[in-house]
Design a protein around this ligand. Structure first.
Ligand SMILES: *[C@@H]1O[C@H](CO)[C@@H](O)[C@H](O)[C@H]1NC(C)=O
Ligand SMILES: *[C@@H]1O[C@H](CO)[C@@H](O)[C@H](O)[C@H]1NC(C)=O
Length: 376
C-alpha cells in the first residue's frame, strides 16, 4: 500500500537512452511461479493484499474468467471441476467471515477502499455458484458497493469533486493512489455484469473515480513520486479500461476508454523514462537517492503488457521487457521476490528476511500478463 503521493513524472527524468529492441526475455517458469503463488497465499493477510491476491489468482489460474479475456463478461454459469478454486475459496472465506451487518467485505484497517479489492472475486463467486438459492455473495457484493457509493464521504468541490475517500467515514477525506486499484475495478465489474442503465451508470462511476483521483493526484512536474502508487493507479485504470471494452457498453463508452488510455500512458511515459540501467524502477521513481523496488517494477510491467495486448501500441515494450528481466532476477529459488519496498512504511526497503505480500502477487500478475501478451 502506498501513502498519499502524487502521480506522474512527465518531465522529471527525461527519456531513457535505451532504445534498442529488447532481447527476447524469457518469462518465469511454471514451477517458479507455483512457489511465488504459495508464498503469496501464505503471507497475505490485510484486505488489500487479499484483494490483490484474488485478482492475481484469477488471472493466473483461469484467464478466461479475468476481465482481460474478451468473453469474460458475464462469467459462465458453470465452471470446469476445480476451475478457479483458489480464488473462489478465498471469496467464500471472506463472505463466511464477514460481519453480516457491515458494508465492507472485511476489516480495512482504516481504509474504506481496500476491502472493495475483494469485490470482483465475490462477484465471480456469485455468478459461478452452483447453489442458486445462495444469495450471500450477491448480497455481500451489493452491500460493499452501496457502502462505497452511499456512506463513504467524497470530495465536495474542485476538480476532484465526487472522488470517494480512501479512508473510513470518521476520518477526513483523503485520496491515496492505491485506491485506484482497490475500488474502480470493482465498481466497473459490478456495472458490467449488471448491464442496463444502472450498470452503465456504475461503469461511468468507475471512470469518474479514475478521473477525479487523477485530477487530484496527477502532477506532471513533481518529485517524491512513489513507484507503487503510480503502478497501482495505472493497473487500476487498466482494469477499468478493459472492463468497459469487454462489456456491453464498449461502443457507448469510447470517450471514457480513450481518456483512460491517455491517463495510463502518461504514467508509463513518466515512469519508464526514469527506469534504471538494469531495468528497475526506484521506489521514489525520480530520486536517485531512493532504492530499487521490484514491487512497483513488476506491477507497472504487468500493466504495460496488458496495455499493449489491448491497444497494440508497442511504445513501451522495451522498458516492460527490461523490467521483466530484472524482476525475474529478483525472485529467489524459494519463490520470494527480493528488493521490495516495505509496503507498510512505503519509504524503506523490506527488512532482511521479510517479504512483500503485494509484491508476491505482482509477480503473478506480471507472469499472467506476459503470457497473455505472447498468446501462451
Ligand atoms: C448474482 O448472480 C446471478 C446469476 O446467478 C445474477 O443474476 C445476479 O445479478 C448476480 N448478482 C450480482 C450482484 O451481480
Ligand atoms: C515545475 O518545477 C519547477 C522546479 O521546481 C518549478 O520552477 C516550476 O514552476 C514547476 N512548474 C509547474 C507547472 O508546476
Amino acid at each position: 500500500m502506498q501513502s498519499w503521493i502524487t502521480l506522474g513524472l512527465a518531465v522529471a527524468c527525461g527519456f531513457s537512452a535505451v532504445s534498442a529492441a529488447p532481447a527476447v526475455a524469457d518469462g518465469f517458469g511454471e514451477s517458479e511461479i507455483a512457489l511465488v503463488k504459495k508464498n503469496a497465499q501464505t503471507i497475505s493477510t490485510h484486505s488489500w493484499e487479499l484483494g490483490t491476491l484474488a485478482e492475481a489468482l484469477t488471472e493466473l489460474e483461469s484467464p478466461r474468467l479475468s476481465v482481460f479475456s474478451a468473453h469474460s463478461i458475464p462469467p459462465p454459469a458453470h465452471l470446469k471441476p476445480g476451475e478457479a478454486s483458489d480464488v473462489l475459496n478465498l471469496a467464500a472465506n471472506i463472505v463466511a467471515n464477514k460481519t453480516p451487518s457491515s458494508g465492507p467485505l472485511i476489516d480495512g484497517d482504516g481504509a474504506a477502499g481496500d476491502p472493495a479489492s475483494l469485490g470482483a472475486a465475490v462477484l465471480l463467486r456469485n455468478w459461478t455458484r452452483e447453489d442458486l438459492s445462495d444469495l450471500s455473495f450477491a448480497q455481500a457484493a451489493t452491500g460493499q458497493l452501496k457502502y462505497l457509493l452511499d456512506v463513504v464521504p467524497r470530495v465536495e468541490s474542485g476538480p476532484a469533486k465526487g472522488a470517494i475517500s480512501q479512508r473510513d467515514p470518521n476520518e477526513p477525506v483523503q485520496l491515496w493512489a492505491d485506491y485506484v486499484y482497490m475500488v474502480p475495478p470493482f465498481i466497473a465489474y459490478y456495472g458490467a455484469l449488471e448491464g442496463g442503465d444502472n450498470g452503465k451508470a456504475n461503469l461511468a462511476e468507475a471512470y469518474n473515480q479514475c478521473r477525479t483521483y487523477r485530477a487530484a493526484l496527477f502532477d506532471g512536474n513533481t518529485t517524491t513520486t512513489g513507484g507503487t502508487g503510480n503502478a497501482w493507479a495505472a493497473a487500476g485504470m487498466m482494469r477499468v479500461l478493459t472492463t468497459i471494452a469487454n462489456s456491453p457498453f464498449n461502443n457507448a463508452m469510447q470517450k471514457e476508454q480513450s481518456d483512460l488510455k491517455a491517463w495510463i500512458n502518461e504514467i508509463f511515459t513518466g515512469a519508464w523514462a526514469c527506469q534504471k540501467d538494469k531495468g528497475e524502477l526506484y521506489n521514489y521513481i525520480d530520486q536517485d537517492s531512493s532504492f530499487p523496488d521490484s514491487s512497483s517494477t513488476a506491477l507497472l510491467a504487468a500493466t504495460t503488457f496488458r496495455y499493449i495486448s489491448l491497444t497494440q501500441d508497442y511504445t513501451h515494450i522495451v522498458p516492460a521487457t527490461r523490467a521483466l528481466g530484472w524482476v525475474r532476477k529478483n525472485v529467489d529459488k524459494d519463490g520470494w521476490l527480493l528488493n521490495t519496498v516495505d509496503p507498510e512504511s512505503f519509504s524503506t526497503p523490506s527488512g532482511t528476511g521479510t517479504h512483500s505480500p503485494e509484491g508476491q502477487s505482482f509477480v503473478l500478475l506480471l507472469h499472467s500478463a506476459w503470457k497473455a501478451f505472447h498468446g501462451l
